[in-house]
Design a protein around this ligand. Sequence first.
Ligand code: THU
Length: 524
Amino acid sequence: MKRVFLIVLDSCGVGEEPDAALFGDHDCNTLKRISQSEKFRSDNMQKLGVFNIDGQDYMPSSARPAAAVCRLRERSAGKDTTIGHWEIAGIVSQSPMPTYPDGFPDEIIEEFKKQTGRGVLCNKPFSGTEVIKIYGEEHMRTGDLIVYTSADSVFQIAAHEETVPLEKLYEYCRVARRILTGKHAVGRVIARPFIGEPGNFTRTTNRRDFSLLPPRKTLLDALKEDGKTVYAIGKINDIFAGSGVTDKVATHGNTEGMKLTLEALDRDFEGLCFTNLVDFDSLYGHRQDVDGYAAAFAEFDAWLPSFTAKMRDGDVLMITADHGCDPGDTHTDHTREYVPLIVYGKNIKPVNLGTRRGFCDIAASIAEYLGSGYRGEGESFMKSILKPTAEEKALCRAAYDAMGRSYSPYSGYKVGAAVLCSDGTVFSGCNIENSSFTPTVCAERTAIFKAISEGRRQFRMLAVCGGKDGKPGGVFPPCGVCRQVLSEFCDPDMPVLLMKSKSTFERSTLGELLPRSFTPSYIK
Ligand code: THU
């Protein structure tokens, strides 16, 4: 049973990206900033390898990190929560979500008025409590709707519950949601109902968010289609407008989010548990509370061992972020930062993957791990960090042994190969040279021809090993002729293990070695 637990530390960036200045950001590094607080604790994150990540030279790194790590650059043009999470889930956004510092344009407001049959008040960025104080009375008198926005990509509608019944307000939100498309596709339309008398209005808990659907298929949709579980904890369901989510639970902050994620370990499921811990951003990042942020990080760090101790063999934990929000920089807004990625589990090798381009590599890698064909706009790094399986080890041993039987008096290069057939049998082969040179046969073809002539036609994996005098000094990949022969019988996604030594190898696939190969399908 394979499960991935993906935890987003909302806004916990690890240093400004090369294009940060274009987003109005300089000298930002959220993690570095909070590490300078007295409240900061990171023992467990340090052991996993968070300070082994590129650029984190302000704290001691771990000599033997327990996790695979890297930092990821954002490919999307943005630094907000929705776009960040969508990229984590596989899709890159070419433009940021629209914001309206001067209010919404006439074309939007006029259409909204026409479709609701009501007037509009305010139409400016405003504080939610102030806006009802100032426009509440007029709204009650005229029935006009209070429309306002913020620094975020939001269209908010405030209305008194006795002037506009809740269901009606939600309907108006759906109207706005339908109007706000294309270049005006705001992240969220929000219903902001309130009650009370003029001078004494209060907002109710009947707020409701109408999020934008992701514009293309995400990892979540792909997993759901495959019949896997996608369990959303915290605001994940909202960020994806419910798309691809099979189970969900809302939270009131980090502590509850961590508790629910820990409890998710006791659930039997195959798929993804996707958690967002929002306090880092909403309570501390925006409010520029360095100590508060550091204390929240310390709480997460202290919680970690309780989680890792309960992880099962097939579980993978990934910890990342969706953007930065340096609490000690010059503004209260998000910051354009690299995000960290920590990947931990029994099956994971602690490799440092350096710096990668695109949060969407997370989606591609999770998909590959869970056996989904989805890759989104990312590239999977899973092959580089998975520990060898028993099957892979056995196949490599067979290839290595076959290398010892090589007949190669002319080149001196000994090569061995082994194929794993769908029925579990293994056929191995070595290269066999000839005094007239051209009849020489490679190890891969010897192995596959042996298998074919013994009645096998379906193959699951190939291992190849070679080197001068039978001493591998790095990979010895199959030649073009062997690739062509293999593509006659094997699928492009068949794993090919390119051995670097007796016990180490790189994972490739036949399709990677011979893209767009000439196959029997072309002459059928
Ligand atoms: N060789 C293989 O066995 N497999 C390949 O795919 C590449 C080359 C052998 C052929 C020859 O005996 C020796 O390596 C040097 O070319």
